[in-house]
Design a binder for this molecule. Structure first.
Ligand SMILES: Cc1ncc(C[n+]2csc(CCOP(=O)(O)OP(=O)(O)O)c2C)c(N)n1
Ligand SMILES: [Mg+2]
Length: 338
């Protein structure tokens, strides 16, 4: 079997499997939302390849500030689908005790920071984390992902400026999917996104975020730069949001889809075609990878749905170190001990 570039067949097959798992999971969650089982979802459909590439190049010690649309990145970094469902279903096993909005994950054990809702607000936090890495002489770099819309926020500029002034090890990766909800990129910004770092002395590069090999090649240079201590780097990955912005959105109202699920320009289909052409896999493998992903996801969702909701008394946990008198009173109300 032939290898794709410097990748082993195992690496490429794992990457493909994770992209398919992410896509299948997205569709499963959307269906669950339509059935009233899950409250909300922001699909990563279409953006899998750049996310997989980040996951392949990131090391264990690297801290990742992901954004709300990074499902494939979690899977590539080894987050089990069970933990994703625990958060989405807000069950008793959820690390956040069912208090967060769906998709606002906190996979601390996989070195992810918590997803933030306000667009761009995690960028200055990532820079602060990189400062703490240096201060505490910690190994690793900080990676932060965000959308094109985030580059029009003041937090983006504050973050880039500070990261550059302090020469911090932050890799900024913009997943430019062409839209900020219903606003196309060209209505948000006139400048090329990858050039926006230049104003702060940060090098930038644009990559085809829908192509795994191109994403890996472009990112490798950026990772090497940041890892060698030269300072921050900005990558713009051009991709496309295949689905709606979220389950609360209907893109038919404002656009004609340029890439559709399963079409020849779908990034997953592109990787399939490449693997087939290079003889890495055959059609049987592709069919069975899809069937296996579906079986895994259906089974895991059913299993995690059987976990009961967090105990109501846990709402007082993690609020204050010492409970206040008002909390004690509320706890007695809930317990019915008054
Ligand atoms: C500060 C702020 N303004 C507005 C919103 C509402 N909002 C949520 S996502 C979003 C679009 C962001 O687009 P982009 O950064 O391109 O990321 P994408 O959703 O396309 O992946 C907006 C405007 C918000 N969450 N926070
Ligand atoms: Mg966008």
């Amino acid at each position: 079997m032939a290898a794709l570039g410097n990748l082993s067949n195992d690496q490429i097959v794992t990457a493909y499997r994770n992209a398919v798992r992410a896509r299948t999971l997205d569709l499963k969650i959307i269906n669950a939302q339509r059935q009233g089982i899950i409250g909300f979802h922001v699909p990563a459909e279409g953006q899998e390849m750049i996310q997989i590439a980040i996951g392949m190049l990131a090391e264990k010690d690297d801290l990742i500030f992901s954004y709300y649309r990074d499902l494939a990145l979690y899977l590539q970094r080894g987050v089990p689908i069970s933990l994703i469902f625990d958060q989405m279903l807000a069950n008793g096993n959820d690390f956040q005790k069912g208090r967060q909005m769906p998709d606002h994950f906190s996979f601390k054990e996989f070195n992810f920071s918590t997803v933030q809702s306000p667009v761009g607000s995690h960028l200055p936090l990532s820079v602060g984390a990189a400062y703490s890495f240096r201060y505490n002489k910690k190994k690793g770099i900080v990676i932060v992902t965000f959308g094109d819309g985030a580059t029009s926020t003041s937090d983006f500029h504050a973050a880039l400026n500070l990261a550059s002034v302090f020469n911090l090890s932050v890799l900024f990766v913009c997943e430019n999917n062409g839209w900020a909800i219903s606003v196309p990129t060209n209505r948000q910004t006139k400048a090329d996104i990858y050039k926006k770092g230049a104003a702060y002395g940060i090098p930038g590069k644009r990559v085809d975020g829908n192509d795994l090999i191109a994403s890996l090649a472009g990112l490798q240079e950026a990772f090497d730069y940041v890892r060698s201590g030269k300072g921050p780097y900005l990558v713009e990955a051009v991709t496309y949001r295949i689905g709606p912005h979220s389950t609360s959105d209907d893109p038919k109202k404002y656009r004609v889809d340029e890439i559709t699920d399963g079409s020849e320009n779908d990034p997953i289909k592109r990787l399939e075609n490449l693997m087939l052409k290079m003889g890495v896999v055959d059609l049987n493998f592709i069919q069975s990878a899809k069937a296996q992903a579906k079986e895994e996801i259906d089974r895991t969702m059913e299993e995690r749905m059987s976990i009961p909701a967090p105990d109501p008394s846990t709402i007082f946990d993690d609020v204050y170190e010492e409970p206040s008198w008002i909390q004690e009173e509320e706890r007695r109300d809930i317990d019915g001990s008054d």
